[in-house]
Design a protein around this ligand. Structure first.
Ligand code: ATP
Ligand code: MG
Length: 336
């Protein structure tokens, strides 16, 4: 039986955070043993809403590759590649853009949420939505289908984008004949990790994340500022752990004292400061092995660059093959 293909991506808009780790990239590490795995650093997509900040995107490319290697992505098993080095993806995007209406893109729940978040973060500045940003789900469909991805391991914020991709595939195949593969989502056991501020989603661009690369002091400060039960005012007030982000992360990183944390919180025996301090210790323990691996790659930047370059070369060959088929089916292969 043919090995199934995994395609997933990450936008170079900052470092990996624990939301990525538990919501998505932990699965990438697990799946790379069994599947043909491609991980895209989606710099073209990052530029759709960061076009005026090329330095940030450029720096984040190398940072992210290091993050991925530090959490255990193995370049001998998974192919890490850079979107902008594969113009075939951009060509597919142009062809697919005929198959999607503007109304459908505007209705896409992920796009809608992201536009809303931008408005909240940047006020009026966030209101001007570009043609490129509105169209990024089409480009994402090109990312996935260029590699004939069967499975797409993502967080659940991505589900509407995947549905959009499936629609494009069906439409393409029904007009031009069966060519593209309809992908399926692969969700983690916790498909969406919440932010330090209690937001439903921890996001790189939302200012509510603990990054895998954060140093001790930063982790401490972020956790000490995390949202807790607003009804707990005094140290011995009884609280509700279910509305507390500190309890939420104790649970996420599987603190072995979780039951005690919960009991003491509910009975008013545990103050929030002590509880946060315990979380800082546990979080730093969790991050330590990742930080150690990161140190190696930070000291070997050429090796990191080479991994991305080689991965991109390999990925380009696959995308070239798909584009050739697509052009044949669309009858625009004049000189072949
Ligand atoms: P940005 O804010 O720039 O969009 P992001 O934090 O949303 O950054 P992406 O690069 O867009 O990160 O997403 C990479 C992958 O990580 C996607 O599969 C996405 O679903 C997943 N992911 C991102 N944030 C979370 C989260 N809080 N919980 C679970 N999965 C997440
Ligand atoms: Mg995102």
């Amino acid at each position: 039986m043919e090995k199934k293909t995994i395609l997933t991506g990450i936008r170079p808009t900052g470092h990996l955070h624990i939301g990525h780790y538990f919501g998505a990239s932990r699965n990438w590490v697990k799946l790379q043993d069994k599947f043909d795995t491609y991980i895209e650093i989606a710099d073209v997509q990052a530029l759709t809403d960061n076009f005026n900040n090329p330095d940030k995107v450029r720096k984040s490319v190398q940072d992210l590759v290091i993050d991925l290697l530090s959490v255990g992505v193995d370049p001998n098993k998974a192919t890490i590649f850079l979107q902008s080095t594969i113009p075939e993806i951009a060509e597919l995007t142009v062809f697919y853009s005929n198959l999607v209406t503007i109304a459908r893109l505007e209705r896409n729940p992920t796009v809608k949420t992201e536009i809303k978040q931008k408005k909240e973060l940047f006020g009026e500045k966030g209101e001007s939505i570009t043609y490129g940003f509105l169209g990024y789900p089409v480009s994402q469909a090109a990312d996935i289908t260029a590699f004939k991805g069967n499975l797409v391991p993502v967080g659940d914020d991505q589900l509407p984008l995947l549905e959009q991709c499936r629609e494009i595939v069906r439409k393409f195949n029904s007009i031009y004949g069966k060519t593209l593969v309809e992908p399926e989502a692969y969700l983690s056991e916790i498909p969406r990790i919440k932010g330090l501020d209690g937001n439903e989603k921890m996001g790189k661009s939302l200012g509510n994340a603990i990054f895998l690369a954060d140093d001790e002091e930063t982790v401490r400060k972020k956790i000490m500022d995390a949202v807790t039960d607003p009804n707990k005012i005094k140290i011995d007030d009884k609280a509700n752990p279910d509305v507390c982000m500190v309890y939420y992360y104790h649970k996420l990183i599987k603190n072995e004292n979780l039951e005690t944390v919960c009991k003491e919180c509910k009975s008013g025996k545990r103050g929030c400061v002590a509880c946060k301090k315990e979380l800082v210790t546990k979080m730093l323990e969790f991050l330590k092995p990742i930080a150690e691996k990161r140190k190696y790659y930070e000291n070997h930047p050429e090796e990191v660059k080479e991994i991305l370059k080689e991965g991109s070369k390999k990925a380009k060959k696959v995308a070239e093959k798909t584009l050739k088929e697509v052009k044949e089916k669309m009858k625009i292969n004049y000189f072949d």
